[in-house]
Write a protein that binds this ligand. Structure first.
Ligand code: ADP
Ligand code: MG
Length: 254
């Protein structure tokens, strides 16, 4: 079965207006994403990646072009159907892990009993089954980030936006989280937009890779990554993996 289009960005433009000047952050981004895709989004620092995610999340309005999310068979409620993960876990330190994960459900006013069950299942899925009643300070950085991924999924959003989620982790933890991410994507069947500065991470995780130009962003290329599943860390040494990596480096002029 063909999967349906979930995101359709056409010629999206964004200008930040500060008191004394205007900054063109995104000049012309066109991007189409199908339901269930895992899109790795790469581009030079400051090129407008976070801005694109904020536009998708409805936190900013585009100043040009069109933004469509959802489709005939995929109803999409802005806010309700989006989960976000940032570089820092941003857990509330006075709430237990379970109560942190439940926060979006509380804010959206979802039935708490069902949400609680779902949150516990998600904690199990991200490998934090025994940590529901712990406080954030009792968890390592990688575990806190996994809790924030559970939080982003608790209200069962259709789209998950991840902005350099593993940038603050050490290399080994990051590789473990990459495998974790592949498993979560396979199990949750979410559409994921994943911003990263790591080209190996982009290739390993993405069903697709979208490369933005140096700012103000335009779409350089958006292509499928046809590596087989399940993906493994050993694949990073394969010839095919190298071909995809080189293609991205070249697009980034590196
Ligand atoms: P990236 O995430 O790719 O590093 P951003 O989307 O954060 O890039 O930023 C793109 C450009 O917009 C940068 O030049 C940045 O300085 C500018 N910018 C981002 N947010 C604001 C803001 N709130 N006000 C003014 N300029 C901003
Ligand atoms: Mg950013």
């Amino acid at each position: 079965m063909m999967s349906e289009r979930l995101i359709n960005l056409q010629n999206v433009k964004k200008v930040y207006k500060t008191r004394d000047k205007e900054v063109l952050a995104v000049s012309d981004v066109t991007m189409e994403v199908n339901d269930g895709d895992f899109v790795s989004l790469v581009g030079p620092s400051g090129c407008g990646k976070t801005t694109v995610l904020k536009i998708l999340a409805g936190l900013h309005k585009a100043d040009g072009g069109t933004v469509e999310i959802g489709g005939e068979n995929i109803p999409f409620v802005p806010g309700r159907d989006i989960g976000m993960v940032f570089q820092q876990a941003l857990l509330l330190k006075w709430r237990r892990i379970l109560d942190n994960v439940l926060l979006p459900a509380e804010i959206l006013g979802l039935p708490m009993k069902a949400s609680r069950e779902r949150a516990l299942d998600l904690l199990e899925m991200v490998g934090l089954g025994g940590f529901a009643n712990r406080y954030p300070y009792e968890l390592s950085g990688g575990m806190q980030q996994r809790a924030s991924i559970a939080r982003a999924l608790v209200h069962d959003p259709k789209l998950v936006l991840m902005d350099e989620p593993f940038g603050a982790l050490d290399a080994l933890t990051r590789e473990k989280m990459n495998l974790e991410m592949l498993r979560i994507w396979a199990e949750s069947k979410k559409t994921i937009l994943f911003v990263t500065h790591s080209i190996p991470e982009a290739v390993l995780l993405g069903s697709h890779c979208a490369v933005l130009t140096a700012g103000p962003a335009r779409m350089a290329e958006h292509f499928p990554i046809d590596l087989s599943y399940p993906r493994t860390l050993a694949m990073k040494t394969s010839e095919e993996f190298g071909v995809y990596s080189r293609r991205i480096y070249k697009l980034l002029d590196m």
